[in-house]
Write a protein that binds this ligand. Sequence first.
Ligand SMILES: [Zn+2]
Length: 410
Amino acid sequence: MSNSGKVEALIPRCLCSIENSDNLNIDYEDLCSVSISWENGFVSELKPLKIKNKRPNNILFPRFIEAHSHIDKSFTWDEFPNLRSNYDEALSVNLQEHKTRTTKKVLERAEKSLNLAVKNGYRAIRSHIDTYQHQGNDVWAELFKLQKKYSSKLQLQFVALAPLEFWQTENGRKLAKNFSVNKGIIGGVVVPPFNKKETIKLLSKMLLLADKYKLEIDLHIDESTTEPGAGLKVLLEVIDKLNIQVPITCSHLSSILFLQEKEILDLGKKIADNNIKVVALPLTNFWLLNHKSKITSLKRPVAPIKELQKSLVDVSIGSDNVQDPWYPFGNFDPFYMMSCTIPMLQLNPWERMTLSSIFLAPSRLLNLKWDGLIKKGCPADFVILDAQRWADVFSSDLKRKVFIKGDLYC
Ligand SMILES: [Zn+2]
């Protein structure tokens, strides 16, 4: 059978659930030796590898999930570079790109991104799509077609990333109604400096619209070096006042890093109490924020993952932009993201909370059927590396095999 197989591999202990774990061989980097078999695309057996002193030559991961990307503008760097490498210039070059944007161009970039993502080991992606008032609507019909086209290989979720004002226009309301059928998410940007009263009004309308059509919200919020947590505080005020339950994701949430630890923990508790999920985006934050041309600045805010997790907030780590005015590098490769992020944020790969933010939290964020734990009965969706230690995972000559529903994809 083509979608069946068996392999001996190392799996991070926190990413697998084994019924009979008495004889489990777990090494000092929390990798355990297992024998894994699959039939008809699902794991049929997962058991400890008993042979002592025999260490598998593979590390097996569940296929990855990208919690935050922008497939509508990826690979536009060549045409629209941002050589100053700061936020304002990124925004201004992004607006230049909008002037030449067509549905055809968006689809080409999206397909290129998705093909790379599948090949590199992703099984699901949430992507924001720039959305503005005077844009034709045909792009959405085409994007939902693309979502269907890729559905056997990759689950794709869209967020309409629009100015907050958009959601109170006729076009905004129409799109929200369309999304109630097509399961889209409504998005926006809340970054200081802003008019507090006006932002409260706009956010309130957006939340009420989401509530009306039972939609989720995903905000680019506090991607900033000034007014730490200003956007989050306004959002919490609005939620408190409206007293409605809308699923909300805060993407970035970078500037709260500049608050005192106690205030971060207090805000974290409010975030958790309101079931708000957070996506940390270290790559773009470290690249764009507080960029100084003459000094080496280490004061670059990123969502304080450890403090938020301590407050029981569900935090995912995402990649964000790929080769566009916001970030010139990347390749829809989860190992590139991990290789940069793990040392950058001092996250130990042998710890459960680190791997949770990369594998398990994103699965909850995207409401995926499979939580990402390797266990009997789970999909045979793996990325298997020629590797024996974490050092091999973060090396430059990575050799990987991607399995989709039990079949070798590449
Ligand atoms: Zn983004």
